[in-house]
Ligand binder design. Structure first.
Ligand code: ISE
Length: 336
C-alpha cells in the first residue's frame, strides 16, 4: 500500500520534506502540499509532482485521501495540528519543536495516551545522523568507558530576521538538548546559561553558552552561535573515562587552489544533515506502515523533554544561576 502523505507548511523545512517524500521515500506519495499561501503551495506542488494543494491544515489532515501528516508549519501550530492528526487516527511526523511550551507538549502526550497507541514522531533528525549513531554505539559497547562530558557547538551562518535572541535556546538548542539525552541515555537535572558580556544580548542570534548537568552525573555544554558567518558548523565531542569521540561531518571533496587546500562548509542544516533527514523519514514511513516506531526516533515524550529544558534555559539566562530541570515522571506508555 502506498502511503499518501500531506506536507503541512511549504516553508524551508516543508519544502525539504516534500522533496524527500516525492523523490527519496519509496512506498510513499506526496498527496497534498498545504500552506496558507496558495502561490507557495502550488509552486512546491508543481516542483514535486504533488497530487493536490490546499490551504486549510485541519481539513487537509482530515482528508480521506491522506494517510499520514508531516507537519512543517510554524512552531506555534505544531501541537494543535499534531492533536488533530491523533484525533483523525493518522500518524504524524512533527518538525521540532513539538510545541514552544511544555504544557502544550503535555496536551499531546495526554491525547496520545488516551488514544492508546503511538502516533507521533518528532523531527529530531540528528538521532539518525551516522556520526551521532557511532558516538552512541561507542559509548554503549564500553569503548569510551563511563561518559563524563559532552561538548556541543551549533553555529549557523546568520539568524533569520524573525529570530529573537532567545530562539537560540528555544529553536536551535533543542537539537542538542535531545541528541545529548539520546547519546547519553539520560535526563537533565539542571541548566545554566550565559551570553558574552561584549555582545548585545538583544541582537538577533546573539551567542548563548549553556552548561547542563545530567542525572547520570555528566556535564553537557552547548554553544549556540546563530551568526557565526563562516558556515553552518555543528561539532561535538563525547568524552569518556577511557577515550573520546569527535562528531564528524560528511566531507565530499577537498579543494586545492592558489596554494591552499580547503573543505567547504554547508550553508545550512539541510545539506549538513541530508542523510539524517532521509533516514529519519524512512524510519517514520516504516512506523506509518507497521505501527511500530523506530527504537531511536524521538517521540512526544522526547519532544516534551526538549521543550521543558528550553524553558529552564530561558529562565536560567534571564535570572542567572543554575535552574533545576524538573521533568515529570515518564509514563510507562513511553518506555521503549
Ligand atoms: C533550525 O530550526 C533547525 O532545526 C536547524 O537544524 C538548526 O541548525 C537551526 O539552528 C534551527 O534554527
Amino acid at each position: 500500500m502506498t502511503v499518501r502523505i500531506a506536507v503541512i507548511g511549504a516553508g524551508i523545512m516543508g519544502a525539504d520534506h516534500a522533496r524527500i517524500v516525492a523523490g527519496d521515500l519509496p512506498g510513499a506519495v506526496l498527496q497534498v502540499v498545504c500552506d496558507p499561501s496558495q502561490k507557495r503551495a502550488r509552486a512546491l506542488a508543481e516542483e514535486c509532482g504533488a497530487k493536490d494543494v490546499a490551504s486549510d491544515a485541519l481539513a487537509t489532515i482530515a482528508r480521506s485521501d491522506v494517510d499520514a501528516a508531516l507537519i512543517a508549519s510554524p512552531d506555534e501550530t505544531h501541537a494543535s495540528l499534531t492533536l488533530a492528526a491523533i484525533e483523525a487516527g493518522k500518524p504524524v511526523l512533527c518538525e521540532k519543536p513539538l510545541a514552544p511550551s511544555s504544557a502544550d507538549c503535555m496536551r499531546v502526550i495526554q491525547a496520545e495516551m488516551k488514544a492508546g497507541r503511538l502516533f507521533v514522531q518528532i523531527g529530531f533528525m540528528r538521532r539518525f545522523d551516522p556520526a551521532y549513531a557511532e558516538m552512541k554505539a561507542l559509548l554503549s559497547v564500553g569503548t569510551l568507558g563511563q561518559a563524563v562530558i559532552m561538548h556541543n557547538f551549533h553555529r549557523n551562518v546568520s539568524a533569520p530576521a524573525n529570530f529573537t535572541g532567545l530562539m537560540a535556546i528555544t529553536n536551535s538548542a533543542p537539537h542538542e538538548f535531545d541528541v545529548a539525552r539520546f547519546v547519553l541515555d539520560t535526563d537533565y537535572s539542571s541548566i545554566s546559561a550565559f551570553q558574552p558580556a561584549g555582545v548585545d544580548a538583544s541582537r538577533t542570534g546573539a551567542p548563548v553558552f549553556m552548561v547542563l548537568e545530567t542525572s547520570g552525573g555528566q556535564l553537557v555544554n552547548i554553544e549556540i552561535n546563530n551568526n557565526a558567518a563562516y558556515g553552518y558548523d555543528v561539532r561535538g565531542e563525547l568524552v569518556g573515562e577511557k577515550g573520546s569521540v569527535f562528531l564528524g561531518a560528511p566531507v565530499h571533496s577537498r579543494i586545492n587552489i592558489e596554494l591552499q587546500s580547503l573543505e567547504r562548509y554547508a550553508p545550512d542544516w539541510r545539506p549538513r544533515f541530508a542523510e539524517a533527514y532521509r533516514l529519519q523519514n524512512k524510519a517514520w514511513l516504516k512506523f506509518v506502515e507497521t505501527g511500530v516506531p523506530s527504537p531511536i526516533a524521538a517521540n512526544a515524550w522526547d519532544g516534551y523533554c526538549a521543550t521543558l529544558t528550553a524553558e529552564a534555559g530561558v529562565k536560567a539566562l534571564s535570572e542567572g544561576g543554575k535552574v533545576v530541570v524538573e521533568c515529570a515522571e515518564k509514563p510507562a506508555f513511553y518506555h521503549r
